[in-house]
Design a protein around this ligand. Structure first.
Ligand SMILES: C[S@@+](CC[C@H](N)C(=O)[O-])C[C@H]1O[C@@H](n2cnc3c(N)ncnc32)[C@H](O)[C@@H]1O
Length: 368
């Protein structure tokens, strides 16, 4: 059928609209399709074929992804056999990148899994004490306290990172909308989904297998860092892929607000005091200039200046501030040529009744 849609119709029927020709979808390397997708605000997972098709035309061997988020774009680069440095200022993101991008070889074997689910009562009950009645059932909270202690008994940092990644994905699956802004009795979100029936421990055992299957060696020394973009060590790479947060319009775009529970879990809330005045027991918001209208333009300029010796690919969207023209001008101050690639896109965030949709044009702004 050559990707073309064929529709049979009776001869007396006048079609209202000719069926649109189906564009052949670009495909990503098979290894990249194994990535355990996380429901995450601003994730580019559904745009990967287009990002692949566009960036594959650029000559680069090493790449920095300093707003790595779920890690799906970094993992795509790894699948393209590039040397990748992934970084994010959230600790939980950086652990996921360590498990899947930096880690070329380590898997969680039977011994490690038995250690992880060991039933010895935990030394600490911070999670049960603080989150009872806020998120999850009591048995899930007890498990989280237990597994948090057990993860720290693993010696290998990649084993630890894999266990954390499996745990984060389990927590996201078990949380009805995949965010930690809603709490208490969430039974009205229960649409019978399997994800909401399984305990976190059951999810965790499944997710270990999922992350084990995502580990592969691309023959390169890939790295995962945790850093603010402006504090990153100066290291020369061929390409910098930039996917910063957008200045919020009505709703705000704060990553800590939505994912504070995972960030706390990633370090057992060490050094992250809970704000007891908040219903969902948030931690303090992490400052980023990209969230503020009065600071964003200067932050983009500073960021482009900082990476001006590398090729730059910026993921952006028509609903962002500053607008496309201003960004192209800003990038033009630091790069000889600036090209814009675009694709219509529909963001889905949340699930079922609560889905928030936005039709936008996605841009890749490439400076060389
Ligand atoms: C749009 S998301 C990236 C999504 C990612 N490309 C993906 O597909 O999953 C933006 C990310 O930037 C991180 N971030 C925001 N400000 C930052 C800063 N100043 N330095 C480093 N990371 C930052 C957030 O934690 C968030 O994970």
């Amino acid at each position: 059928m050559n990707g073309m849609l064929k529709v049979k119709m009776a001869s007396n029927v006048v079609p209202l609209r000719a069926p649109a020709p189906v564009e052949p979808q670009p495909t990503i390397p098979a290894r990249a399709t194994r990535y355990p997708d996380l429901r995450y605000m601003g994730s580019k997972s559904r745009l990967l074929p287009w990002i692949f098709e566009t960036l594959n035309t650029i000559d680069f061997d090493s790449v920095l992804d300093p707003f790595s988020g779920t890690g799906c774009v970094g993992y795509l680069f790894k699948s393209m056999d590039r040397r990748i440095v992934a970084s994010d200022f959230m600790n939980f993101s950086s652990l996921v990148a360590r498990a899947t991008i930096a880690n070329n070889k380590v898997h969680l074997d039977g011994k490690a899994i038995r250690q992880l689910i060991d039933g010895t009562p935990p030394a600490h009950n911070f999670i049960e004490k603080n989150f009872n009645g806020v998120f999850y059932k009591q048995e899930d909270l007890k498990f989280l306290d237990r597994v948090s202690g057990n993860i720290r008994q693993l010696q290998d940092p990649y084993e630890q990172a894999l266990a954390f990644a499996a745990l984060f994905r389990s927590c996201l699956k078990r949380q009805p909308r995949g965010v930690f802004t809603i709490s208490g009795d969430l039974s009205h979100y229960d649409d019978g989904r399997r994800d909401l029936r399984l305990s976190i421990e059951e999810h965790f055992l499944e997710q270990i297998e999922v992350y084990n299957a995502a580990v592969f060696d691309n023959g390169r020394k890939n790295r995962a860092l945790r850093s603010d973009i402006f504090q990153l060590p100066n290291e020369r790479v061929d390409l910098v892929y930039l996917d910063p947060p957008y200045v919020p319009r009505s709703d705000d775009n704060c990553y800590t607000k939505r994912y504070h529970f995972l960030e706390g879990l990633s370090c057992y809330w060490q050094g992250l005091p809970i704000d007891e005045n908040t219903k969902v027991k948030k931690i303090a918001k992490r400052y980023t200039p990209f969230s503020y209208r009065r600071e964003a333009v200067e932050a983009f300029d500073r960021m482009f200046a900082r990476f001006s010796r590398s090729k730059i690919a910026l993921s952006y969207s028509s609903n962002g501030f500053p607008d496309l023209q201003q960004l192209v001008e800003l990038m033009g101050k630091h790069k000889k040529t600036v090209a814009v690639f675009e694709k219509p896109h529909r963001y889905h965030f949340g699930t079922h009744n609560n889905v928030q949709r936005a039709s936008v044009t996605e841009y890749l702004i490439v400076g060389q």
